[in-house]
Design a protein around this ligand. Structure first.
Ligand code: GLA
Length: 505
């Protein structure tokens, strides 16, 4: 009896392995009505299997697949996202139907909904559909590109994403440009007005990319922005689609660079997004460099901002790929935990930053409403200590006087924009209290940061930060000179900062 039962289980297992081998598909309709196909290809060998999962935006390897009867379990491996991401799944085969669920229930007690795949063939080799095939030639061996000479100090400007996301259009960009002038932002140094994702329309029969209906005439918009003494930035991806699912520049790099130059674009944020579907990780630097070369070839000075979330230690190759700045993190949120984690985590990256090539811990959230003014002062002070790009992300038209005052504090901006271009670093950490230092062309900036929820008395001795006794100490938020003895002490508010500039004349 027992032997008979065992044979039955074995028979089911063997037949399921054969059933599993092949190509399975899930067809979904996206929010904008576009068809999205996810393909699973399984290769079986006895009770184990491997394979891949392909979507229009990425490919993942299938690892550690095991079949038991009609039950399967496997991991997927994605080599870029969060460095090396492994996700575990389980599934059940029922004839031509395969239901898949995450192996671990999602947090928050919600039940996961299975995705249901249908078998479309017994093919165990993945051939991407023509519209998703890789069409680029192999890159020649990577050689550093000469600097484009731009962004000698960290870029300053505004970007639409943090506040407006997909709700950005021509009229809003013009109104923001007006407000950049009337608020004093432009005169404080914010020159780039950058349109982020969702401006893209379709390509015409010659492959030229056009804006969508939100942006009727990009050249006219650039002319308007330029007439205000500002510069215009735009956004694209090395992949086929941008993160918001719009047209990317894959296979059209030179053509798009020319189009942007003709419109009068001055800055490009180039966001990896779906590019993992067409490029291997070794091709990331050359894929960015391809656009850097295309921009250079236009003859128009265009700042290149790399956005690939800090993957593959981008600081070690971002400048060689032609980037003037590169994101070092995932997306910031308008929240103390997000901003402070990102900002204080930047310590140690100072070695790769300098004139023409900067670490970018993401755009500012100052004025978006979910942090206190003390927290926004910390945000601005920290980004300035980091020599980070200062790209405002608020609705400049609606900024309160308090927010305007933070964003246009010229004494703090001068720390960020110091011509030495040295990125600051942490010199001391006692629990929630941190002391940071940034070498300046004529002295040193010192930040006393209180990450704690209670006000704290903080002291710094110049000797401990390796600074000579200063002739002058300036409090950059109090806008006053303070006594220049052998140390400085202050009551620093919760989540707040005291920011100082030491001069040694
Ligand atoms: C990514 C980037 C963001 C923004 C969006 C747009 O998430 O990191 O800064 O550009 O894409 O889709």
């Amino acid at each position: 009896m027992q032997i008979f039962a065992f044979c039955l289980v074995l028979a089911t297992a063997v037949s399921s392995a054969a059933d599993l081998a092949g190509t399975w598909k899930l067809e979904q309709t996206g929010r904008n009505g576009q068809r999205r196909v996810t393909t699973y290809v399984f290769k079986t060998g006895g009770e184990t299997f491997t394979g891949l999962v392909a979507t229009p935006t990425e490919q993942r390897e299938i690892l550690h697949g095991v079949i038991r009867g009609n039950q399967i379990a496997f991991d997927t491996h994605f080599e870029f996202y969060e460095a090396n991401r492994i996700d575990s799944y389980k599934g059940e085969i029922n004839g031509e139907q395969l239901s898949i669920l995450p192996a671990n229930p999602p947090q928050g007690g919600r039940a996961a909904t299975p995705i249901v795949l249908r078998k479309t063939s017994n093919e165990t080799v993945y051939t991407p559909p023509p519209e998703l095939a890789r069409t680029h030639k192999p890159f020649p061996p990577f050689q550093p590109i000469a600097p484009n000479g731009l962004a000698q100090t960290p870029p300053m400007g505004w970007n639409s994403w943090n506040k407006f996301a997909g709700r950005i259009d021509d009229a809003t960009v013009r109104a923001i440009a007006d407000a950049m002038v009337s608020s004093g932002m432009r005169d404080a140094g914010y020159v780039y007005v950058n349109i982020d994702d969702t401006w893209e329309g379709a390509r015409d029969s010659r492959g030229s990319l056009h804006p969508n209906s939100k942006f009727p005439d990009m050249k006219a918009l650039a002319d308007y922005v330029h007439s205000k003494g500002l510069k215009l930035g735009i956004y694209s991806s090395p992949g086929r689609t941008t993160c918001a699912g719009f047209e990317g520049s894959y296979g059209h790099e030179e053509q798009d660079a020319k189009t942007w130059a003709e419109w009068g674009i001055d800055y490009l944020k180039y966001d990896w997004c779906s590019a993992s579907a067409v490029y291997h990780r070794d091709e990331m630097a050359p894929a960015y460099q391809k656009m850097a070369r295309a921009l250079l070839a236009t003859g128009r000075p265009i700042v290149l901002s790399l956005c690939q979330y800090g993957w593959l230690d981008v600081g070690t190759w971002g400048a060689a790929a032609g980037g003037n700045l590169w994101r070092t993190t995932g997306d910031i949120r308008d929240a103390w935990d997000s901003m402070s984690r990102i900002g204080f985590d930047q310590d140690g990256r100072e070695k790769v930053a300098g004139p023409g090539h900067w670490n970018d811990p993401d755009m500012l959230e100052i004025g978006n409403g979910a942090m206190t003014d003390a927290e926004y002062r910390t945000h601005f002070s920290l980004w300035s200590m980091l020599a980070a790009p200062l790209i405002a992300g608020n609705d400049v038209r609606a900024a309160t006087p308090g927010i305007r005052e933070i964003l246009t504090n010229r004494e703090v901006i001068a720390i960020d924009q110091d011509k030495l271009g040295a990125q600051g670093f942490r010199v001391r950490r006692d629990g929630a209290l941190e002391v940071w230092k940034k070498p300046l062309s004529d002295g040193v900036a010192v930040g006393l940061f209180n990450r704690g929820a209670q006000a704290a008395w903080m002291t710094v001795k110049w000797a401990e930060i390796g600074a000579a006794a200063p002739s002058k100490v300036r409090d950059l938020w109090g806008h006053e000179d303070v006594s220049a003895g052998a140390e400085f002490a202050a009551d620093v508010p919760a989540h707040g900062v005291a920011l100082l500039r030491l001069r040694h004349d």
